[in-house]
Design a protein around this ligand. Structure first.
Ligand SMILES: *Cc1c(COP(=O)(O)O)cnc(C)c1O
Length: 434
C-alpha cells in the first residue's frame, strides 16, 4: 500500500481516506462505492501546474478526462487552473455543463465524425487534434460554413513507444493513432493543413504510452518532436507555436510499481522541461507553448473502491473465490488486460494475511475477476473490502452489464464526504428502453 497522510490504516486496523473511516462511508452510501480523496487530486494538480511554470514558464496542464469524467472533476481541475482533454461530444458536454470554458478543452480522437467536429467548433473548443486526412477536409468545410476559424494540433507518431518499465523505438508505425513521422505520412497531413484556409495549424501532439515510469522515453520523444517541429516550420512554412507531449505518467498499483509521493511527479516535468529548453536552444526553434496531458496520475491513486464480501467458495486444494458486490461492470480492467491491484480487508488492517483469495465479481463471465491470488487475513461474508488505485479508468469504463447499477461516486476531504455522482436505480436501467 502506498500510504500517505490522507490514506492510511488507523491504530484500530481500519482503512481511512481523506480523514474518514471507510466503514462510515460504506454505511452512509452503501457498496460498491467509488471514493475519491479530493486533497490528493488538488495537490497533484498543483504539483503538475507549478512544475510546468517553474521549469519551463510557457505552458499548461490539460487533464486527460477520459480517466475519470463527471461534472465534479471538471470543477475541481478548473479551480486548479488546468485545461482538459476530451475524446467525445459526451465529455465535451459534461465539461461545459460543469462551467468549464470551451477554450480550455482539447478534443482528441482517431474517428471524430463531421457532426462531432461541428459540435466542437460551435462550442468554441480550444484545440482539435487532427488524426485523419479526411478530417482536415471536413473540419475546413465546417469552419468555412460557420464562418469560424479553428485552432488545431496534428497528432504525430514519433516512433517511440513506452511501456511501464521500458520503451521501444519503432520504425514501423502500427498504431491506430497519429501520423508516422518516419514513413512520411505526417508530411502529407502537414501539407494539407498548411493549405487549409479556415484552420489555424498551431502545433504538434504525441502521446507515447501509459503507465510509464522511466523518463528516457519522454526525453527521446522531446528530441524527435522538436526535430519534426523544426522541419514543419522551416520546410513546410507552418507557423507553429504549440507542442503537446501527451500524458502517460505511471502510478502505484502494487509493489511491482514505485511508490511515488505526489511531489515526485515534479521530477518528470522537470526532466521534460529541461530537455525541451535544451532542444529549443540547440535547434534554434521558437520556444513552443508546452502542453502535457496527465490522466491516470491525477486521479488514479486518489480513488479507491469499497465492496462488501458476499459468497465465499472454497474449491478444495485449488482456489478460494471471494465474491464481491461489484465486478467488471464497475471495474473492467482485470477482464480487459489483467490489470493488477492492491486489495485490503478494510477493517482488518492489523491482522496477518494468512489466506490466498481470488476476488470475483458478480457478473456472468468466468473472466469477471478483480484480482487473483491476493493474500488477506481470513475474510467472512459481510466484511468490507477495499481495492486501491481505482480512480482512473474504472468509473469512466463502467457499464450496465447484466443490468447492474453503476455505483455512486463520493468525494472525501478533511473528514467530510459528499456525493458527486448518484447511484443508479431501476429507472436508470430502463430509461431508454421503448
Ligand atoms: C489517454 C491519453 C492521455 C492520458 O494518459 P494517462 O496514461 O492516463 O496519463 C493523454 N493524452 C492522450 C491523447 C491520451 O489518449
Amino acid at each position: 500500500m502506498n500510504t500517505r497522510e490522507t490514506l492510511s490504516v488507523t491504530d484500530s486496523g481500519n482503512l481511512q481516506i481523506g480523514g474518514v473511516n471507510v466503514k462510515e462511508l460504506a454505511s452512509l452510501y452503501g457498496t460498491p462505492l467509488y471514493v475519491f480523496d479530493k486533497a490528493y487530486i488538488k495537490n497533484i494538480c498543483a504539483i503538475f501546474s507549478d512544475s510546468i511554470k517553474r521549469f519551463y514558464g510557457n505552458g499548461k496542464i490539460f487533464y486527460a478526462s477520459k480517466a475519470f469524467s463527471c461534472k465534479e472533476i471538471y470543477r475541481i481541475i478548473k479551480e486548479k487552473d488546468l485545461g482538459a482533454d476530451v475524446v467525445s461530444v459526451g465529455e465535451i458536454f459534461t465539461a461545459l455543463s460543469s462551467g468549464f470554458a470551451a477554450e480550455d478543452l482539447c478534443f482528441h480522437g482517431n474517428n471524430k465524425s463531421a457532426s462531432d467536429l461541428e459540435y466542437a467548433v460551435k462550442q468554441g473548443i480550444g484545440y482539435i487534434v487532427i488524426d485523419a486526412l479526411s478530417e482536415i477536409d471536413d473540419l475546413n468545410g465546417i469552419c468555412k460554413q460557420l464562418n469560424r476559424r479553428q485552432k488545431v494540433l496534428l497528432r504525430v507518431n514519433p516512433g517511440v513507444e513506452a511501456h511501464t518499465h521500458h520503451y521501444i523505438q519503432t520504425a514501423k508505425p502500427d498504431s491506430k493513432f497519429g501520423f508516422s513521422i518516419e514513413n512520411g505520412d505526417a508530411d502529407i497531413a502537414v501539407k494539407k493543413l498548411v493549405n487549409a484556409d479556415n484552420i489555424d495549424f498551431c502545433g504538434l501532439h504525441c502521446h507515447i504510452g501509459s503507465q510509464i515510469f522511466e523518463k528516457t522515453s519522454f526525453l527521446i520523444a522531446v528530441d524527435k518532436m522538436t526535430d519534426y517541429y523544426k522541419k514543419v516550420c522551416e520546410v513546410f512554412g507552418a507557423k507553429l507555436s504549440v507542442l503537446d507531449l501527451g500524458g502517460g505518467f505511471g502510478i502505484y498499483y502494487t509493489d511491482a510499481d514505485p511508490k511515488f509521493k505526489y511531489v515526485d511527479y515534479a521530477d518528470y516535468i522537470k526532466a521534460i522541461c529541461e530537455k525541451l529548453n535544451d532542444c529549443v536552444k540547440s535547434k534554434s526553434i521558437n520556444k513552443p507553448y508546452l502542453i502535457l496531458e496527465p490522466g491516470r496520475s491525477i486521479v488514479g491513486e486518489a480513488g479507491i473502491t469499497l465492496y462488501t464480501v458476499g459468497r465465499i467458495k472454497q474449491i478444495s486444494g485449488i482456489k478460494n473465490y471471494l465474491a464481491i458486490d461489484g465486478g467488471m461492470f464497475e471495474n473492467p480492467r482485470f477482464a480487459l488486460y489483467q490489470a493488477q491491484y492492491t486489495v485490503l480487508a478494510a477493517e482488518k488492517g492489523l491482522d496477518k494475511p494468512t489466506k490466498s483469495y481470488t476476488i470475483a465479481g458478480k457478473c456472468c463471465e468466468s473472466g469477471d475477476l478483480i484480482a487473483e491470488n491476493v493474500k488477506l487475513p481470513e475474510v467472512n461474508e459481510g466484511d468490507l473490502l477495499a481495492v486501491l488505485s481505482t480512480g482512473a479508468y474504472n468509473y469512466s469504463m463502467a457499464s450496465n452489464y447484466n443490468r447492474n447499477f453503476i455505483p455512486p461516486v463520493v468525494m472525501v476531504e478533511n473528514g467530510k464526504s459528499y456525493i458527486c455522482v448518484k447511484k443508479q436505480d431501476f429507472n436508470d436501467i430502463v430509461r431508454n428502453d421503448i
